[in-house]
Design a binder for this molecule. Structure first.
Ligand SMILES: Cc1cc2nc3c(=O)[nH]c(=O)nc-3n(C[C@H](O)[C@H](O)[C@H](O)COP(=O)(O)OP(=O)(O)OC[C@H]3O[C@@H](n4cnc5c(N)ncnc54)[C@H](O)[C@@H]3O)c2cc1C
Length: 437
């Protein structure tokens, strides 16, 4: 029997409002039965459970989380809902894949937008697009590739240079940026907590109930500390932690990344910036560079630093290290705001696959998954969860073909070979992107 590890972030999610209870549902106590057990209440698990329940109201569905939606990576991310793939490539096959990916992301956005309206979820949803920015003046190739990709996809964009960027972002740190209108910014914690509070009636949720092991079989047994669930089918929506529960998913590596948020700027501090409304910025190098946001309530968010998360664990010392890094980067980008303090730093796990493809579909008879987010999962994991429900119920949906078009994640070796390979790849990316922070 395998005893799983669950995510452990020794820090607190800075997006959570004081009135958002971290525990929404009780733990499971006692044995029970269900038609489906969904493990994980992030975007993938919630989308899967909701769609399954809507198509088949007679099914008994249990959704279970080691913590709760408010603690998942889905609540801990930077809140960019992206509608376009970053890298496309030059071949016809790569373009076809990028078009499939775009169709999936757009449908994920459409579903989220419909749900927040139907369920009246207040999550600071803002259709403001995003800036993709570069610091290093010598490396024109990266942004050129990006705009070539946008041209191929027939997507609108605007090129901005340092002075124009200063007017939008209040910083002269960036040499050049590309603005695309098709991204949405949200408070991700409010979004996922809102979705998890509005599950259909035939879905029963349990929080603070780690699944420690699963015995597959005609009737699967799902073991938790205070009760066992017998179920015909199990869906693993555990993303980065799936490797812990199902060794056969050896295509995913658990990594962590960190975000910090500042105090709201005072009126005096805001006078040191041009007049700005909310915006979001992604760096050309996602490993070395910093993702930035300026929020509706005049706070800055910085997401930077990617590190392996062995068994999903991030310590207080690693969190402290990230705070120091973020403080330094923030002061470099905004030297005029040296008196603005960071008020919180937190981490979250992401699942990385070798070739960027997802891990999606049936793993073994009766065990399914939608994982391998590769660092971007708000729209992607929403649509991956929804389509998996259609797939398991045999519902025809042309986007299932688009999902399969993304390919299969390649095999990853076990530790310590995997750990060494990850360390080398991070070192390379940090070197290539050393001028970006
Ligand atoms: C700091 C940060 C910034 C990011 N920024 C963005 C962004 O701006 N835009 C974007 O699209 N994506 C972003 N991402 C990635 C995004 O958050 C993820 O892709 C997405 O949350 C994955 O959703 P998920 O439902 O697959 O998994 P998760 O949200 O990770 O949910 C998995 C759930 O499974 C539970 N679980 C794990 N193991 C067990 C077990 N054994 N038993 C029971 N429960 C278990 C966990 O507790 C967790 O709640 C970011 C991630 C981080 C960490």
């Amino acid at each position: 029997m395998k005893y799983a590890s669950v995510p452990l972030n020794q820090n607190q999610n800075g997006w959570l409002k004081y009135d958002q209870l971290p525990t929404a549902y009780p733990p499971l106590i006692g044995d029970t039965e269900a038609d489906w057990v969904v493990v994980g209440s992030g975007f993938a698990g919630i989308a899967f459970a909701r769609r399954l329940a809507a198509h088949a109201p007679h099914l008994r569905i249990i959704i279970i989380d080691a913590a709760c939606a408010a603690e998942s990576s889905s609540a801990r991310n930077s809140g960019f809902i992206i509608g376009l793939p970053h890298n496309i490539g030059s071949s016809t096959a790569e373009l076809k894949k990028a078009q499939a990916y775009r169709a999936l992301l757009q449908e994920g956005i459409h579903q989220l937008s419909t749900l927040i309206n139907q369920q009246d979820i207040e999550c600071e949803w803002e259709e403001v697009g995003k800036y993709h920015c570069q610091v290093d003046t010598r490396n024109e190739r990266v942004l050129k590739e990006y705009t070539d990709n946008l041209d191929v996809m027939n997507e609108p964009y605007q090129i901005l240079h340092q002075d124009a960027l200063y007017q939008q972002l209040g910083s002269r740190f960036y040499h050049k940026g590309i603005y695309t209108p098709s991204a949405i910014l949200v408070n991700p914690a409010s979004l996922i907590v809102g979705l998890s509070h509005n599950l259909p009636d035939n879905v029963t949720a349990y929080n603070h109930t780690p699944v420690m092991a699963i015995h597959p079989g005609k009737v699967a047994q799902v073991f938790t500390p205070y009760g066992t669930i017998k179920a015909a089918n199990v869906m693993l929506a555990t993303n980065a932690l799936s490797r812990e529960l199902a060794p056969i998913t050896s295509q995913q590596a658990a990594m962590a990344t960190f975000a910090s948020i500042t105090a709201p700027l005072t009126i005096e501090q805001r006078q040191k910036l041009p007049a700005m409304s909310s915006w979001g910025l992604t760096p050309v190098n996602a490993i070395a560079g910093a993702t930035l946001r300026y929020t509706r309530d005049h706070r800055f968010l910085i997401r930077q630093h990617v590190t392996p998360a062995l068994h999903g664990r991030i310590t207080a010392a690693q969190t402290y290290h990230a705070t120091q890094l973020h403080q330094r980067i923030f002061h470099k980008i905004y030297p005029q705001l040296k008196d603005v303090p960071l008020t919180r730093t937190w981490s979250g796990t992401i699942s990385v696959t070798r070739n960027g493809a997802p891990v999606w579909g049936e793993l073994k008879k009766g065990i399914y998954t939608a994982g391998g987010c590769n660092g971007a999962g708000v729209s992607k994991q929403t649509i991956a969860g929804t389509l998996l429900a259609d797939y398991v119920l045999g519902h025809d949906n042309p986007l299932i073909g688009s999902m399969l078009e993304l390919g299969k994640a390649n095999y990853l070796p076990p530790s310590p070979v995997l750990d060494a390979a990850i360390a080398l790849s991070l070192m390379k990316e940090r070197y290539l992107g050393r001028k970006e922070v």
